[in-house]
Design a protein around this ligand. Structure first.
Ligand SMILES: [Zn+2]
Length: 686
């Protein structure tokens, strides 16, 4: 599987990333229009709560009470409401484009047919597992472990089936203008290595259920119960060893731990039982001398498994990777089986996601810059872009001011920080150039083929970057995406059109509400450039220390304070948050809130605002608007999963953690010093 698309661990997102992995199901129905979420929702507020004791309860208490989680969701919040709404708007476009009439534009024809093929569940049911048969046959024909490299390469680039590890092209962290080969860990069916390693009863039970799920899937693919059971055991054995060799998510946040440049010959020495030459030839990779082996321990573990496990065990493993990757696009029994484990067991999802939502998301994933092109014409105006840019400029001025006034940073380091700030590239709404999908073949009667060709298209697009200049205009998210990101090697902040809607952004509302919404989001992404991870890169995207040793020490003391603080918050009863995994996001939330407040103060000094609206001062409206972005209800299973894998804190702590670290909050709500949300001592980085 290539690194094409975004490496989740290399980018700092605003919210949880949208993987199609946990979207399953196929109930056909005509969806009704979901309601549009509001910026600053008076009905969400719980006035019986004391904002100084538990601000999240105050801002969101009634929302939580009145908005139970829909059965096809695992997390339901103002954020997901906007996603639902955006997904529905896209669905309307796709439904129309799917009608095979002669007036369709070439773009409409492409994404309309892609969507139509995806929606054809009757055909998928009729075909059963046959669309995957050529891949399964190729795996079955493997008769020597020495041919594993050749087979993996062929599967990846011909069938779009990836699996054992990640291989692709990305920016060199020491020289961000260079595009280099990178090999990284991968190949696991559970969400994280800790799912294999943790000895808690919960994880042991999940592992048992995973083996049972694999067994049933093998049976659905036609294997006898005995064969299926032994195949599942073999896969579990290989995956557990790969997990043991993998780096933790927390370690992966440190660029130094991800960087191991070596000649290809050294990787070959590290993995003498894997034929890299055949693999690289198979994926049609251009020639190179050195590559970054991101996670060397993984490749050592991989080699031990290649030499130690039988040919049959490896065939079972590859067979599983193929079935696992394709299951949600095959016939209903496989779709259901996949949903039951990945939706219900792992995340507590009660019902399958309706097929129209799965197919809308899949089309956006595969052809996002085609669908998005037409979508932004309808839903994103030049005025919105201009207004957002004004906000970005206001936030940049606030960060400038904040850096200049930082009490703990030397003048020398401040100069460097300001240089980095000046180099941040702002990307708003959608890309300047649209991706050209003309070589991606879409067939109305070939669902799995379309999905695989889209994967191959992205893989090839990624591999072709080797040795080429970096395209600074490229986006890693599609225009309708309700999210935002900062990329350290690019030093850019990116706000897709999808997030520039209520509750984040509503220009019919007062400045306080918009600064508390999209203003904090902009500040959040900017602060990522200066969090524990981003601060290790300079303004040109290179990993370089630009702080003096004393400043770095002071910085680390401050981030340690936050890591400890958030590490004491409970994710779910009995489970504390991982303060180091969530450190970057928490720093960004804290910085974003402070910067947006500064920018609001500057704006209000220039433009008069009414002293109160709906009974709240501008400052109070700012904090309430912020708090309400993260109103949410989450299923317990999903919350437990997030505690292990999500770098973001749960909504409650994104809100209460940030306001309790910011004295202006206590002042705005006239809290007594020492109240939980206005403590005597708090943490501050930026
Ligand atoms: Zn973030």
């Amino acid at each position: 599987m290539g690194l094409s698309g975004i490496d989740e661990l290399h980018a700092a997102f605003l919210g949880e990333s949208r993987t199609s992995e946990n979207v399953k199901g196929s109930v056909q129905e005509t969806p009704s229009e979901p309601k549009a979420p509001q910026s600053f929702d008076m009905t969400a507020i719980d006035k019986t709560a004391d904002p100084c004791t538990d601000f999240y309860q105050y801002a969101c208490g009634n929302w939580q009470k009145n908005n139970p989680i829909p059965p096809d969701q695992v997390r339901w919040g103002e954020f997901t409401e906007l996603r639902e709404r955006t997904s529905w708007l896209l669905y309307k476009e796709l439904e129309e484009a799917a009608q095979p009439n002669a007036t369709r534009t070439p773009l409409e024809q492409k994404y309309g047919d892609f969507y139509a093929a995806c929606m054809d569940s009757a055909l998928a049911d009729k075909k059963g597992v046959t669309p995957l048969q050529p891949t399964l046959d190729a795996i079955n024909a493997l008769n020597d472990k020495k041919q594993l490299g050749a087979l993996l390469g062929a599967l990846e680039i011909k069938d779009g089936t990836g699996g054992l590890f990640m291989f692709g092209v990305g920016q060199d962290q020491k020289d961000s203008t260079m595009q280099i080969a990178q090999a990284d860990q991968g190949g696991l069916g559970l969400p994280d290595r800790d799912y294999y390693l943790a000895q808690t009863p919960r994880q042991q039970k999940i592992r048992e259920e995973y083996v049972a799920h694999m067994t049933r899937t093998f049976e659905l693919a036609g294997d006898t119960p005995e064969k299926a059971a032994s195949e599942a055991q073999a896969v579990m054995s290989i995956e557990t060893a790969l997990a043991q060799g993998s780096m933790s998510r927390t370690d992966r946040r440190d660029p130094a731990k991800r960087y191991h440049m070596m000649p290809l010959a050294d990787l070959e020495k590290l993995t003498p039982d894997f034929d890299w030459q055949s693999y690289l030839h198979g994926i049609d990779m251009g020639s190179f001398q050195n590559l970054d082996v991101v996670s060397p321990g993984f490749f050592t573990a991989m080699n031990a498994q290649i030499s130690g496990q039988s040919l049959e065990a490896w065939k079972s493993y590859l067979r599983w990777r193929a079935l696992h990757g394709a299951a949600r696009w095959l016939s209903e029994p496989l779709v259901q089986e996949n949903f039951k484990f990945y939706g219900t067991t792992l995340q507590g999802q009660q019902e399958q996601t309706p097929r129209w939502k799965r197919c809308t998301l899949a089309t956006d994933n595969a052809l996002g810059e085609a669908v998005g092109q037409d979508w932004v014409k309808k839903y994103f105006t030049p005025e919105k872009k201009e207004n957002t840019l004004k906000l970005v400029t206001a936030l940049e001025a606030a960060l400038h001011q904040d850096i200049e006034q930082l009490p703990w940073m030397s003048e020398e380091t401040k100069k460097k920080a300001l240089e980095k700030l000046a180099l941040i590239r702002n990307k708003i709404g959608y890309p300047e150039h649209w991706r050209d999908y003309s070589t991606l073949e879409v067939k109305r009667d070939d669902l799995l083929g379309n999905m695989n060709r889209a994967t191959i298209f992205e893989d090839r697009r990624n591999l072709r970057k080797l040795g080429k200049p970096v395209d600074e205009t490229e986006w890693q998210m599609t225009p309708p995406t309700v999210n935002a990101y900062y990329m350290p090697p690019m030093n850019d902040i990116n706000f897709p059109a999808g997030i520039l809607q209520p509750p984040f952004y509503d220009f019919s509302k007062d400045a306080a509400v918009n600064f508390g919404g999209i203003g904090v989001v902009i500040g959040h992404e900017m602060t990522h450039g200066f969090d524990d991870q981003g601060s290790k890169y300079d303004g040109r995207g290179n990993v370089v220390e630009w702080q003096t040793p004393a400043d770095r020490k002071a910085f680390t003391e401050r981030t340690d304070c936050e890591a400890k603080e958030y590490g004491n918050f409970e994710a779910v009863p009995g489970v504390k948050l991982n303060g180091n995994l969530t450190l970057g996001e928490n720093t960004a939330d804290n910085g974003g809130l402070r910067l947006a407040y500064l920018a609001l103060t500057d704006t209000l000094a220039k433009e008069a605002a009414p002293p109160q609206i709906d009974g709240y001062t501008p400052s109070q409206r700012f904090f309430i608007a912020y708090g309400q972005l993260w109103c949410e209800n989450v299923r317990e299973e999903s919350a437990r999963n997030s505690a292990l894998v999500d770098p973001h804190s749960p909504g409650r702590w994104r809100v209460n953690g940030a306001v309790q670290n910011f004295d202006e909050f206590g002042k705005a709500f006239s809290c007594k010093k020492g109240a939980p949300m206005y403590p005597e001592n708090s943490c501050r980085v930026w």
